[in-house]
Design a protein around this ligand. Structure first.
Ligand code: NAD
Length: 319
């Protein structure tokens, strides 16, 4: 990895990844349809390009040996339920054109950011469901179109490996959170939304609305662990998709408890059962990453949420 393109570099994980790659001594081109919202990019070059377009992809992937493919039309459950057609349309175009541009430009290493959303509903029906193992993705039954699109893109990447011998790594991210992530506006995910709502409580006691009954459970991975995992996976000789997430599953109610404690606020909850909540319980099984990389995410939820809360609280209370 010497000359690297990061797509989605104006987004949450992409902007963290660019900074880390710079620290590792790489030359980095960031590509996105927008500049990072909350920080200045550390990229050597940042190009505004629309990766749904083939010519923009050819430009983005020129003269680099490595591509981290993170660009996607995505968001939390509110967004993925609202815009299924745009998600399918945009992301399948981005994946197809990015891969083809990598092939034409003879890119040596390709990383594709997939998602835990590829896993079937029937393995996630209770909030103590066992961790999801990589080989349990078929028979396929993802929860929503975003998951079907990620699974289709995984298969597409597999075909480029098979037909053209491209060196491709695929990681299935499980709920990545941290500073510099969207926390408002409809695309935010649960940790950011909860931090925002609690940060907005004036004084030491208040009420927040909660989507669902708060018993749905997820595992959450701090962004520094995610970026570390991306680099380790890219430098490995992995030949199949792998989970990149924490294997500590907590309910939304437990997540609220942790953030309330950090904030030093007494938080009452108003449950909104009309909102989408997704599968009842989703957790990462980290056996494979431990076995193959001798590593797994380890930053505690309490430590990660402390940093995230501090940052979101500073954002929402700055005016
Ligand atoms: P993000 O929305 O912050 O970043 C994605 C970036 O892609 C955005 O900056 C967006 O502007 C850009 N983009 C969208 N359409 C584009 C286009 N047509 N051309 C160029 N750029 C475009 O999301 P993120 O959380 O940083 O996620 C990064 C990747 O990881 C995505 O592929 C996402 O699906 C995947 N992922 C994230 C999570 C998570 O918890 N954050 C979980 C699973 C998978």
């Amino acid at each position: 990895m010497k000359r690297v393109t990061v797509t989605g570099a104006g987004g949450f994980i992409g902007s963290h990844l660019v900074s880390r790659l710079k620290q590792e001594g790489c030359w980095v081109r960031g590509v996105d349809i927008k500049y990072p919202e909350f920080s200045k990019t550390d990229a050597d070059e940042f190009e505004i390009l629309d990766l749904r377009k083939r010519d923009d992809c050819l430009q983005a992937m020129r003269n680099v040996d490595t591509v981290f493919s993170l660009a996607a039309n995505m968001g939390g459950i509110g967004w993925t339920h609202t815009a299924p057609a745009a998600i399918m349309h945009d992301n399948l175009l981005i994946s197809t054109n990015t891969l083809e541009a990598c092939r034409i430009n003879e890119v040596e290493n390709i990383f594709y950011a997939s998602s835990a959303c590829v896993y079937p509903n029937y393995l996630q029906e209770t909030n103590d469901s066992p961790g999801l193992k990589e080989d349990k993705v078929f028979p396929a039954d993802p929860d929503m179109e975003y998951g079907w699109e990620k699974l289709t893109s995984e298969i597409l990447h597999g075909t480029y490996k098979k037909s053209y011998g491209l060196n491709i790594k695929i990681a299935r991210f499980h709920n990545i959170y941290g500073p510099l992530g969207t926390y408002d506006g409809g695309r935010e995910k649960s940790p950011a939304a909860i931090c925002r709502k609690i940060a907005k409580i004036q004084g030491v006691e208040g009420i927040i609305d909660v989507w669902g009954d708060g018993t749905q459970a997820r595992s959450y991975c701090y962004v520094d662990d995610c970026v570390e995992g991306c680099l380790r996976i890219m430098r490995s000789n992995l030949d199949r998709p792998i989970n990149l997430g924490s294997d500590r599953m907590v309910t939304i109610n437990e997540l609220i408890d942790i953030v309330s404690e950090i904030a030093g606020k007494r938080v009452h909850r108003k449950y909104d059962l009309s909102k989408p909540v997704g599968p009842k319980g989703r957790n990462s099984d980290n056996t494979l990453i431990q076995e193959l990389l001798g590593w797994a995410p380890s930053i505690s939820l309490e430590a990660g949420l402390l940093e995230t809360y501090k940052w979101i609280s500073a954002q929402v209370n700055q005016f």
